[in-house]
Design a protein around this ligand. Structure first.
Ligand SMILES: [Zn+2]
Length: 266
């Protein structure tokens, strides 16, 4: 039987990886807060997911804007990871508006300038199934690794779940191999209008299923950890539609989670 620390959480192969892995990528400023121990995943999965899947996170306009606002520093090179709100990958649909306010006070011994600077524009990302699939895989990766991290805590509730159980097979295959091909495993997003420094996973149990809610710097995302592909949308709709806040289903298309919720279909 595969064991955590000896077998890869994604492909179940024996692990050859002596590196710890970060649940939230290091480029988000995650040094030590949420780290999975050595041997949790194999080198091949770690490399593939880090280079092919995780970049979809910062291609997302909201996550990109949050990184810019928080001025997240990449510990790899100590540079600000994201400096410009509008760049080559996040072009505004029209030239951004810039508003500057300057208020100069002249004192006997100094000049004092009170300054504010605002830049405003719209980034539009058209629905593109291949990108949405990568984004979904990246969020499911973050969610499942957060779940593994929660399980490793001494106060884990419920404790000692079998992380290699068949019920996690659909999420494992989706993240690692994009299976079933040509589809998007749905997730729910409740974008917030404000940004915080908080990121936190929360596990929810529903009968025999588990969902994971990620609070990611003011963004809010939820996925099902255990639903078979064909039932994800139905389960998420049932679990999330009671909250009363506008929520969006991101799957084969974008849309409000349930009729009457959200603020109109995209
Ligand atoms: Zn692996």
């Amino acid at each position: 039987m595969p064991q955590l620390g000896e077998s890869c959480i994604w492909c179940k192969a024996p692990t050859d990886n002596s590196d710890v892995s970060h649940v939230l990528p290091e480029c988000f400023g995650n040094r030590d807060a949420q780290v999975l121990p050595k041997g949790t995943m194999c080198r091949s999965c770690n490399n593939y997911l880090g280079s092919k899947i995780e970049p979809a996170l910062v291609e997302d306009p909201i996550i990109h804007a949050i990184c810019v606002t928080l001025r997240v520093v990449d510990p790899g090179d100590a540079n600000v990871f994201r400096d410009r709100l509008f760049d080559q990958d996040h072009k505004p649909v029209a030239p951004p508006q810039r508003n500057v306010q300057l208020n100069l006070t002249i004192r006997a011994d100094a000049l004092e300038l009170e300054a504010s600077y605002e830049v405003k524009g719209t980034i539009r990302r058209a629905f593109d199934r291949r990108w949405v699939a990568r984004f979904s895989r990246a969020i499911h990766k973050l969610a499942f690794e957060s779940f593994v991290w929660l399980q490793l805590r001494p106060d884990a509730k419920p404790a000692a779940l079998d992380l290699f159980a068949e019920s996690f097979r659909p999420i494992r295959r989706w993240v690692r191999y994009g299976e079933p091909h040509g589809s998007v495993r749905p997730l729910v997003r409740m974008p917030s209008s404000s940004v915080t420094h908080q990121w936190e996973p929360h596990l929810w149990g529903f009968d025999r299923h588990f969902a994971l809610e990620l609070r990611l710097f003011g963004d809010w995302l939820a996925v099902s950890l255990t639903s078979p592909h064909g039932e994800v949308q139905k389960h998420l709709t049932g679990w999330c539609s009671e909250s009363g806040r506008p929520a969006w289903l991101i799957g084969e298309s974008f849309g409000p989670l349930a009729p009457g919720k959200g603020s109109g279909a995209a």
